[in-house]
Design a protein around this ligand. Structure first.
Ligand SMILES: O=C(O)C(=O)C[C@H](O)C(=O)CO
Ligand SMILES: [Zn+2]
Length: 277
């Protein structure tokens, strides 16, 4: 286990810090730009609900999940749980304490607190981890097991399917809630009308966006929004007071993941479109 590994730390942001921030300042605080590098695991530690997000671009040689010095832990999952989504096109393998789990494209693995050795092979994996107070079993979950919910419409440019993987009525966890939303070709908008959830932080990781295209991600208080232009395989951290929604210049998918006070997906403050500023 690599113990000298350091993560980038992002401190929490209050909403009154946002007015006046330059584009660059917004990006430094909320956008994770470089999560994937060949043969490496890259992690970012946010103080928003102590969520860790990361990426592993594993080739033919296994890549271990490092334990950042910042965690002051014996191993990464000593006090944490982990969600893994294969965001590549090919299937890949996640090995947890000697047991291999094969993940196809867009499939998910929940890894419970206490697992000591996690390694990745032959795929591109997005990771989200939150603190955990107890152990839940490590479980693989495929798209078909996720009870897909089709939302939106073609006329609204937001025809999309939400796959809930880790949630109160699905794969059990301590606080992590995680799923994937896939937009139909021709649909560009996610999460509109948008919402906040004062009790949970959320991170959106956009993927499957063709080269040269971007997602315009809206964040901030509903009456004081800003935008962040996001490329493929980048993530935006959304503090509990911030809306999180966006439109792409082409269809895309995204992993959404939350941690915080509760796991109630519906516990949101809905924002009417006309209230947004
Ligand atoms: O497209 C959507 O709408 C979403 O995927 C919304 C996310 O699931 C979300 O923001 C959950 O709080
Ligand atoms: Zn949300």
């Amino acid at each position: 286990m690599e113990r000298s590994y350091r993560v980038e730390t992002r401190y929490a942001t209050a909403p009154d810090q946002v007015p006046g921030m330059t584009t660059e300042a917004l990006r430094r605080r909320f956008l994770a730009e470089e999560l994937f590098a060949p043969g490496q695991a890259r992690l970012l530690y946010s103080h928003e609900d102590r969520m860790v997000i990361g990426g592993v671009a594993a080739g033919d040689a296994p890549v271990e999940l490092p334990c950042p010095a910042e965690l002051r832990a014996e191993h990464f999952l000593q006090r944490r749980e982990l969600g893994v989504v294969n965001v590549g096109e090919a299937s890949g393998t996640v090995t947890v304490d000697g047991t291999k789990h094969e993940l196809g494209a867009r499939e998910c693995l929940y890894v419970g607190r206490g697992a000591r050795e996690v390694s990745f092979l032959g795929g591109d994996f997005y990771l989200v981890s939150t603190p955990a107070h107890t152990e839940h079993p490590t479980v693989r979950v495929g798209l078909a097991d996720a009870e897909p919910v089709r939302l939106g419409s073609q006329e609204g440019s937001n025809d999309r399917t939400i796959y809930k993987f880790i949630h109160a009525a699905g794969i059990r966890s301590c606080q992590l809630v995680l799923g994937v939303t896939v937009l139909e070709p021709g649909s560009m908008w996610n999460t509109m009308p948008c919402h906040t959830h004062e009790r949970r932080t959320e991170a959106y990781f956009y993927f499957g966006l063709p080269a040269g295209h971007r997602v315009v991600h809206l964040m901030g208080r509903p009456d004081e929004t800003r935008n962040i232009i996001v490329a493929d395989r980048q993530a935006v951290i959304s503090p509990p007071w911030s809306v999180h929604c966006g439109f792409g210049t082409a269809a895309y998918a995204f992993v959404w993941a939350m941690g915080g006070e509760n796991q109630a997906y519906d516990d949101v403050e809905q924002v009417a479109i006309g209230e947004m500023r």
